[in-house]
Write a protein that binds this ligand. Structure first.
Ligand code: 13P
Length: 271
């Protein structure tokens, strides 16, 4: 069955705890804004550290570049030391990464917490990028599907509907993150297809339109092979988003893949 793709491929840069200097963050943001302007067929997002979010948003202004947060609290206010309220992010961040494996591993983020955050983000008009993926020992034990199923079901469990939620799913096998060892596009496609199938059991009409991203050691060199997979609509990029040229190469690859899909015959002689 052929599916209608989401309107645009989506490439999001997760800067994690980088860069440490404000001036470097603003420089990187300006470069990403230029990239987004040059590749308007791609939804380009950067997720800077929270402390830089407001200044980065002001720096890029109303541009083609969207700004996202790396996490947020599900609650609106109160005694949550160190946390950021969705009310503080609304109007500043169009997206928020939820359930990143680093937060699951280091900060006690649970499936239940992810469910609450996804629902809260949607309720506040912020598009959640829900990150899911198996650890190496789970993959080796043949448990990838079980883990992904569990995390995905949890992530959407408190949504009233997927349609209109703006939900984005990022499949990030934990072992591929920052390792320089990306999943094979074929393996990533198998999991992405599974994710879409599961989304279809929740909302058959909306599932084809949910952007599913691959994340884990994406580079300018390997990105295109992921974007050519039928169920992969973009990337969540860590290290590769900290270098302006490599981020641009990944965004350009997404644009080229989308153009190729629109006019396959025109590029048939490419290879
Ligand atoms: P790397 O691209 O550095 O592997 O990180 C991926 C990631 O965790 C994005 O959220």
């Amino acid at each position: 069955m052929t599916r209608t793709r989401p309107m645009q491929p989506l490439v999001a840069g997760n800067w994690k705890m980088n860069p440490t200097a404000r001036s470097d963050a603003l420089m990187l943001a300006r470069a990403a804004a230029a990239t987004a302007a040059r590749h308007q067929a791609v939804t380009t997002v950067i997720c800077p550290p929270t402390v830089f979010l407001a200044e980065v948003a002001a720096e890029v202004g109303p541009s083609r570049l969207a700004v996202g947060a790396q996490t947020m609290a599900a609650e609106e206010r109160g005694a949550f030391t160190g946390e950021t309220s969705p009310l503080m992010l609304a109007g500043l961040a169009g997206f928020v990464i939820v359930g990143h494996s680093e937060r699951r591993a280091n900060d006690g983020e649970t499936d239940e917490g992810v469910a609450a955050k996804v629902a809260s983000a949607v309720a506040h008009g912020i598009r959640p990028i829900a990150a899911i993926g198996e650890r190496i020992e789970e993959r080796r034990a043949g448990r990838t599907e079980e883990v992904v199923d569990r995390q995905l079901h949890a992530a959407v469990s408190r949504l009233e509907a997927i349609h209109g939620s703006g939900l984005v799913i990022a499949y990030e096998p934990v072992w591929a993150i920052g390792s320089g060892e990306a999943a094979s596009p074929a393996d990533a496609q198998v999991v992405a297809a599974r994710i879409r199938e599961l989304l279809g059991t929740v909302d058959a009409d909306a599932a084809p339109q949910v952007p599913i991203l691959y994340g884990g050691s994406v580079t300018g060199d390997n990105a295109r092979a992921f974007f050519d997979c039928p169920d992969i609509d973009g990337a969540l990029v860590g290290g590769g988003s900290l270098d302006a040229a490599s981020f641009e190469a990944i965004v350009a690859a997404a644009e080229a893949a989308a153009a190729h899909r629109r006019t396959p015959s025109a590029e048939a002689t490419r290879s």
